[in-house]
Design a binder for this molecule. Structure first.
Ligand SMILES: Cc1cc2nc3c(=O)[nH]c(=O)nc-3n(C[C@H](O)[C@H](O)[C@H](O)COP(=O)(O)OP(=O)(O)OC[C@H]3O[C@@H](n4cnc5c(N)ncnc54)[C@H](O)[C@@H]3O)c2cc1C
Length: 370
């Protein structure tokens, strides 16, 4: 019997990973991306596979992060074997300097089985010689986000997922509380379910159908300093600024947090501030050139816990967004939960913690448009 496909709206990390889960479960999937595949926040990300200060987050963030951290090496390996694209998963470790939060950090690490060591005397860690005390998490890893996205897109084609670029979902069709289809670039498209994975644009779309999500754009700017491959081999974080060394000597410096709406412009002030933070963390970086600067729009959430689940009033319409600063590390876990809910499978975590209507501000009212 022919059935309509499942539609995924948005080809960032969240849409692509969820589409992959659905396709691997044997379902026909179609992805609509208004721009270019994987070119928004997901492309801009530093690729750190950990929240920056993970103990500060509610446990539902850690549940998704721990699951994803365990999955990433295998995922990158599978993608490499299927596509030949190396996502550069590297267990480079993360050294966290700055305000002493070791008590909370150690309690969190013990609860979630994370290796975390106190570095009392500023002894060199993985070649980093800064003199400050800090916390060392040797098992924290990174990926090169643009390559991960490229690998995912290629793998989805292999899995017969149909990917459409320049395809903007303008409206959602539903009848008697049941999802029916989409309007894409003015054309009616039938689908049996849909997942809104539109990053910070998700709330604009869903807001027209009775679901008000407290998700909005938060700009992040980054720069790259092109150093020699051996200049730094661990990720270093102090307060809100961090260094992420790639294999080829590129060192990413991130990132700003700016509420400026959907403005993705880069600014000279941010560049200056990031260069200052980088040379403060690693003075040798002043000898190397800044080669790139970019910005992306994170999909915010009040507590960092994403919104994953079914629209409370429209059966068959789902959402997966609000991963905020952590969409890469939360991606595999978020995708699994969304796919489990869409396919009616048992879920690994209590979905109530992620429900789209769970918080004040994430209110539900009667859907008004059909
Ligand atoms: C500077 C920076 C650094 C970051 N560093 C890290 C990090 O180190 N580690 C980490 O885990 N996370 C990091 N993040 C956060 C992470 O990038 C985001 O949480 C994640 O990319 C969100 O993914 P997404 O798929 O929801 O959104 P996006 O990547 O924005 O994708 C959503 C897609 O949906 C499309 N879309 C929206 N509406 C429609 C529509 N109506 N029709 C069709 N298509 C639509 C958009 O065009 C877009 O391509 C960083 C973010 C920034 C900006």
């Amino acid at each position: 019997m022919h059935t309509d496909p499942i539609a995924v709206i948005g080809a960032g990390i969240i849409g692509l990973l969820t589409a992959r889960e659905l396709a691997l479960a044997g379902h026909e999937v179609v992805v609509f991306e208004q721009g270019t595949i994987g070119r928004e926040a997901s492309w801009a990300a530093g690729g750190i596979l950990s929240p920056l200060h993970p103990w500060r987050y509610p446990d539902p963030v850690t549940w998704l992060a721990r699951y994803s951290q365990d999955r990433y090496p295998g995922l990158c390996q599978d993608l490499f074997e299927a596509t030949g694209v190396d996502s550069e998963w590297i267990e480079s470790g993360l050294l966290r300097l700055g305000v002493d939060e070791s008590e909370a950090a150690q309690e969190w690490a013990a609860r979630f089985g994370v290796t975390l060591e106190r570095r009392e005397d500023g002894a060199p860690i993985a070649g980093y010689e800064g003199k400050e005390a800090g916390l060392w998490m040797p098992t924290m890893a990174q990926v090169r986000s643009p390559r991960l996205l490229r690998a995912l897109a290629q793998d989805l084609k292999r899995l017969k997922v149909s990917l459409h670029e320049g395809a903007r979902v303008e409206a959602i069709r539903w009848q008697r509380s049941v999802f029916k289809g989409l309007v894409v670039n003015g054309e009616e498209v039938r689908a049996r379910q849909a997942l809104v994975a539109g990053g910070p644009w998700s709330s604009g779309l869903l807001g027209r159908y009775g679901l008000t999500l407290p998700v909005g754009p938060v700009r992040g700017q980054m720069i790259v300093i092109q150093a020699r491959p051996d200049t730094l081999t661990t990720m270093v974080l102090k307060n809100a600024r961090y260094l992420v060394p790639r294999r080829d000597g590129a060192i990413l410096v991130g990132s700003t947090i700016e509420k400026v709406g959907f403005d993705k412009a880069i600014t000279p002030d941010a560049r200056e501030e990031l260069v200052a933070a980088a040379t403060d963390l690693l003075p040798a970086l002043r000898f190397f050139p800044v080669t790139h600067q970019w910005a992306g729009l994170r999909p915010s959430s009040p507590t960092g816990v994403p919104f994953i689940g079914e629209h409370p009033e429209i059966q068959g319409l789902f959402v997966n967004t609000g991963q905020f600063r952590n969409g890469i590390v939360l991606g595999p876990g978020s995708a699994l939960l969304a796919a489990d809910l869409m396919l009616g499978r048992d879920t690994r975590w209590d979905p109530g913690f992620y429900a789209p209507d769970r918080v004040p501000g994430g209110t539900v009212r009667e859907p008004v448009l059909g």
